[in-house]
Design a binder for this molecule. Structure first.
Ligand SMILES: NC(=O)c1ccc[n+]([C@@H]2O[C@H](COP(=O)([O-])OP(=O)(O)OC[C@H]3O[C@@H](n4cnc5c(N)ncnc54)[C@H](O)[C@@H]3O)[C@@H](O)[C@H]2O)c1
Length: 452
């Protein structure tokens, strides 16, 4: 179904005030005259202003916009448009960015867009777009930005299901043809310690990597309780509104924490393996402790064994249970030694051990924007989307393995994995995942849940 026809204006907004706030729909001619899509495809002079749009004005989006604006020492930058589904999120982000970045923030009321299709209008006004909504929406937004010929900084993960990954891979190929520069918020790729360590691993410092481990075992993240949300709204929320506010706990929009969070560690392993991806996975998981209606449908722990084509394996754990052993790290065992990749150490069985010394290394969140804007201004090749998509798919493969309990093939998962997205994006949509009479959401049951 055409995405455009699935998008419905939020039911609780009066249409006239909605159009006033969103500046109305831009006509095709207005979009075309707002920006020449090829303007920066082949490099931007240092004196040229790069216009930025922020889509998804939450915590990370506001941070990423700040980092993009902090590249001003390379040349002028301005935040010119913002889009969010919730007006309160946009306004609070805008207020904070104005305080921190003054005249580099110039988002006129008519360039503040609200709603499910707001992203299209904001993209139209920019040279580069920052995509920082929850990940379920990312494929359609990446596809649109590439269609409009814009450079992209997209947060991770870039999808929550296999059809989404396929959309992103197609967009990545199209973006390359157009010369677009795309950064993905897997910031370890811009962290000196990781870069130096992985370079040594790929140069054979510990021989062939045969056993890898990845962990994101830690605290449980924020939760937005339905009762609190309805109290502050002074009314009942529709199911879509509730799931959008409490997005972390719904797989279609979050991907489960194996995708939303543990992707960082799985991506490091794929990178260490030379941008190779697992061919199959088996695993187990469930929801043992974090129970209750406000914790939706995701698991609180996953343990997965990924197998690569060369027979090497990655053992992965991610857990959101308080009071347990915690670790956020990546490790490699090779035929000639071992490495704690996350601590940037290499310990060969023979010869000298090595450790990266952090000598004022730049914050990776800032460095990734410095590198992306440098690529835009100097027309350097810069495309992180393909590995961003395949690392997202690695996490999705792991989730398919833990939800199903069976061995899942990457090839089949990527080809046949089903869409989790609601068929309609509207505040009154009939949601594919609904609470039962007791308010609890159904969870995947291993042994019963089918991966494809
Ligand atoms: N790279 C990192 O280390 C890192 C750290 C934190 C978050 N993230 C990623 O950033 C993304 C956002 O996370 P966050 O913590 O900022 O969440 P958040 O809830 O604070 O912000 C998300 C924003 O997107 C808005 N939104 C939701 N759907 C939208 C849509 N269809 N169109 C426009 N706006 C929409 C929400 O209203 C909200 O303002 C996630 O993918 C997360 O995984 C990455």
């Amino acid at each position: 179904m055409n995405q455009e026809s699935r998008i419905i204006t939020p039911a609780q907004f009066d249409r006239r005030s909605f159009l006033r706030r969103t500046g109305g729909l831009l006509s095709g001619a207005a979009i075309a005259s707002a920006i020449d899509p090829s303007k920066f495809a082949h490099g931007a002079a240092a004196s040229e202003e790069i216009k930025i749009a922020l889509i998804g004005c939450g915590g990370r989006g506001s941070g990423a916009a700040g980092q993009a604006l902090s590249t001003f020492n390379q040349g002028p930058v301005k935040l010119v448009a913002m889009a969010d589904v919730f007006e309160d999120r946009l306004k609070s982000s805008l207020g904070n960015l104005q305080k921190q970045h003054n005249e580099r923030v110039d988002v006129k009321p008519e360039n503040q867009f609200i709603g499910f299709d707001a992203y299209k209008k904001a993209i139209a006004l920019a040279d580069i777009v920052i995509l920082a909504t929850p990940p379920g929406f990312r494929p359609m937004q990446i596809e649109e930005a590439v269609k409009q010929g814009k450079h992209i900084f997209t947060e991770k993960p870039v999808a929550t299901d296999a059809p989404g990954v396929r959309t992103v891979l197609a967009a990545a190929a199209e973006a390359k043809k157009k010369g677009l520069k795309i950064g993905v918020g897997l910031q370890r790729h811009h962290q000196k310690g990781y870069i130096e360590t992985i370079k040594r691993l790929q140069d054979g410092a510990i021989g062939d990597l045969h056993t890898l481990r990845a962990y994101w075992n830690g605290a449980t993240p924020w939760v937005k309780k339905r009762a609190d949300l309805e109290k502050s709204a002074g009314r009942k929320l529709t199911e879509m509104e509730y799931q959008m506010r409490n997005w972390y706990y719904f797989t279609w929009i979050c991907g489960d924490h194996i995708d939303e969070q543990h992707i960082h560690n799985l991506d490091v392993i794929n990178w260490a393996k030379g941008f190779k991806y697992p061919v199959k996975a088996n695993g187990m998981g469930g929801c043992e402790v974090r129970k209750g209606a406000d914790y939706g449908e995701i698991f609180d722990h996953h343990a997965v064994e990924f197998e690569y084509e060369d027979g090497s394996r990655c053992f992965s754990q991610c857990r959101h249970i308080v009071g347990c052993w915690n670790s956020v790290s990546e490790h490699a065992q090779g035929s000639k030694g071992k490495s704690d990749i996350s601590r940037h150490t290499i310990s060969p069985t023979e010869g000298e051990a090595w450790r990266h010394k952090n000598e004022g290394d730049k914050d990776a969140y800032q460095q990734e924007h410095d590198d992306l804007f440098d690529a835009i201004r100097n027309n350097k090749e810069f495309s992180e989307l393909e590995y961003g998509a395949m690392s997202s798919m690695t996490a999705i493969l792991g989730r398919m393995a833990t939800y199903s309990g069976v061995e899942v093939s990457m090839e089949k998962a990527l080809k046949e994995g089903k869409s989790l997205m609601p068929p309609t994006l509207a505040w009154d949509a009939d949601m594919p995942v609904k609470p039962g009479p007791d308010g609890m959401y159904p969870r995947a049951i291993p042994g019963t849940w089918k991966p494809y």
